[in-house]
Design a protein around this ligand. Structure first.
Ligand code: GLV
Length: 309
């Protein structure tokens, strides 16, 4: 009997058909001490949205053949290095769209309506003590701008269109949608009250949301980011919040996860989440199952279900 392929989890949590994963593969858990013997057995890595898989990590595993992302994003993977070694990469598009869009909506409403500070105020007795509770701001009837209109951006637009004054978007190419197109993010920011980031993290989008974009968004404007932290110039965001250049931000992603700048943690103008856009039982299960299907297809020498390269 041939050995089952070795699969190393680069993520602490893996839902879905775990038994199936264990039946099909020899699974090495997150934080397994990688001895040369184990390194030689690993043929597949399962990475998540935060995993950094660079050439050096790939080179730890001489027999590595595939990286199956337990995420839609693959900005943490050095694709050039993978290509050079003929390592395949798959991801999990589609199955997480609705939950990530819901997270954007939740962050947006939470920020505009002060849900987090008011929850805290109630728990701490502020309501009983008749403390003054400042009014919040409407989340409806606003001009909404979405940067990136792939599956997730589109799902966010679909959710917000019925409650908003207008929907605008910015992508590389104009799309066949009933919303207003901008070819750059600064002009988009100028036209809207809410700027929502839903673009992939790439060399092209890195640092694109900068001081000029915050100035364009303006002192009543808010930023929502459920995409990738690297799209935002984080020091410029902190300065924009500090100097009231924008009104607030709601962030599920950060430039150097899991490190979040103290200035954001201490700011009362932000809502923060530890990168949980797709983190529901339903979606993580569907993502895990898609990872397993990709691995099964690969080791059966069939086409990947959702290939990246
Ligand atoms: C999460 O960040 C993902 O890319 O799926």
């Amino acid at each position: 009997m041939t050995d089952k392929p070795g699969v190393l989890l680069l993520t602490p949590l893996f839902y879905g058909e775990r038994e199936k994963l264990d039946t099909l593969f020899t699974v090495y858990e997150f934080k397994t001490k990688i001895t040369p013997e184990i390194a030689g057995k690993v043929k597949a890595l399962i990475g998540d949205g935060q995993a950094k898989v660079d050439a050096a990590l790939m080179d730890t595993f001489p027999n590595l053949e595939i990286i199956a992302q337990y995420a839609v994003g693959f900005d943490g993977i050095d694709l050039q290095a993978a290509k050079k070694r003929g390592i395949r990469v798959s991801n999990t598009p589609g199955v997480l769209t609705e939950d990530v869009a819901d997270m954007a909506l939740g962050l947006f409403i939470s920020l505009k309506r002060n849900l987090i500070p008011n929850d805290r105020l109630l728990r701490e007795g502020g309501w009983l003590n008749k403390e003054e509770i400042p009014l919040s701001h409407s989340a409806s009837n606003l001009n909404v701008g979405i940067f990136g209109l792939g599956r997730i951006g589109h799902a966010i637009a679909d959710r917000l269109a019925p409650m908003s004054k207008s929907i605008s978007y910015c992508t590389r190419h104009k799309k066949d949608v009933p919303w207003t197109y901008y070819d750059n993010v600064t002009d988009l920011a100028k036209a809207v009250d809410v700027l929502i980031l839903a673009a992939p993290g790439t060399n092209e989008t890195k640092g694109l949301v900068n001081k000029a974009v915050f100035e364009a968004l303006g002192s009543q404007g808010v930023l929502i980011n459920i995409a990738r932290g690297l799209i935002v110039d984080e020091p410029a965001l902190i300065e924009a919040l500090d100097k009231n250049i924008i009104a607030g931000a709601a962030l599920d992603v950060f430039a150097h996860e899991p490190n979040v700048p103290k200035a954001l943690i201490q700011s009362s103008k932000v809502v923060l989440q530890p990168h949980l856009g797709s983190a529901t039982v339903e979606t993580r299960t569907a993502m895990a199952n898609l990872v397993i299907e990709n691995l099964q297809a690969f080791f059966a020498k069939k086409p990947l279900i959702t290939p990246v390269i």
